[in-house]
Design a protein around this ligand. Structure first.
Ligand SMILES: [Zn+2]
Length: 296
């Protein structure tokens, strides 16, 4: 399994790695900072370049257009399209060329650019703006899940985030306009609290004894998973008049996604609407304030 760097430090946006496998236009690395699609969070994008460009005059670079998790993390790559970054070697080829040529991509100038071969040392550069947006939306989703459970006894049943909007499904009869207002106010109070967001690993048995089963369905996780990554949103400060706890975290759940370091980094959140998803299931739409006013 590829070592997933974002699990230990989701602020990493540049990393070095070695190509382990190359399959058509997909590569497997020994370690990666690229987040693969999962848990309602879209994959990262970015580029991969050779650590040592060798004799070429320009940097050989591939665009990472998809990242997915199967038995390990697969990165779908294609040659960088802008001529400034695609390398052309003496024989006119870009990067390594496969023997049969059938899987090699072709750039605008006719050069062939297969993915980097196994053993190649590369540098991965993740699109930091897209990652940051996903981390902000993902952390906002944790807050929303916690608010709905604490204040409406509504369990989250699904969620999907994008770089400029998101939605969450919850087991609930019907949120009315006053409910949505209350949810939005509460979310922004939690943002203003600037609560710390931390992650750590926990043994499965400990997690089963500790986590709220209405917030985390550990029973749905494969039995092969023995350690869980826990993401925690901290308690309110002791002098917070709304302090609802005796030092217990506001929210705690198992999650392998990326998040920001404090709730203030999310920024203002707007609840943009709701719809019925089925019997006793509601969808709540939300967005960061900066994504709401622009032309919609
Ligand atoms: Zn998460």
């Amino acid at each position: 399994m590829t070592d997933r760097l974002y699990l230990d430090d989701d602020s990493v946006t540049t990393f070095e790695a070695t190509v382990e496998r190359a399959l058509d236009d997909r590569i497997v690395l020994d370690r990666t900072g690229f987040y693969p699609t999962g848990g309602g969070q879209p994959h990262d994008t970015g580029t991969i370049r050779l650590t040592d460009p060798g004799e070429t005059e320009t940097v050989t670079r591939w665009r990472v257009v998809d990242v997915e998790m199967k038995d390990t993390v697969y990165h779908t790559v294609e040659p960088a399209e802008d001529g400034t970054t695609a390398a052309v070697t003496d024989d006119g080829a870009t990067g390594a060329v496969t023997d049969d040529g059938t899987t090699a991509a072709v750039t605008d100038d006719g050069a062939t650019a297969a993915p980097p071969e196994p053993g190649t040392e590369i540098v991965g550069d993740i699109d930091a703006d897209r990652r940051e947006a996903h981390s902000r939306y993902h952390t906002a989703q944790h807050l929303l899940s916690a608010v709905l459970l604490r204040e409406f006894d509504a369990r989250t049943t699904g969620n999907q985030l994008y770089h400029d909007h998101a939605h969450l499904d919850a087991a609930y009869d019907r949120f009315d306009a006053a409910d949505l207002d209350r949810i939005e106010v509460r979310l922004n109070e939690l943002v203003a609290d600037d609560r710390p967001v931390t992650s750590y690993t926990m043994d499965r048995a400990d997690a089963e004894a500790t986590l709220d089963t209405d917030r985390t369905r550990i029973d749905l996780l494969p039995e092969s998973i023995e350690e869980l990554r826990i993401v925690e949103i901290g308690a309110a400060n002791a002098d917070d008049s709304r302090s609802e706890t005796d030092g217990e975290p506001y929210d705690r759940t198992a999650c392998a996604g990326t998040h920001v370091g404090t709730t203030a980094e999310i920024g203002e959140v707007v609840v943009t609407g709701r719809e019925t998803k089925g019997s006793d299931e509601e969808r709540v739409r939300f967005a960061l304030a900066e994504h709401v006013d622009s032309g919609e």
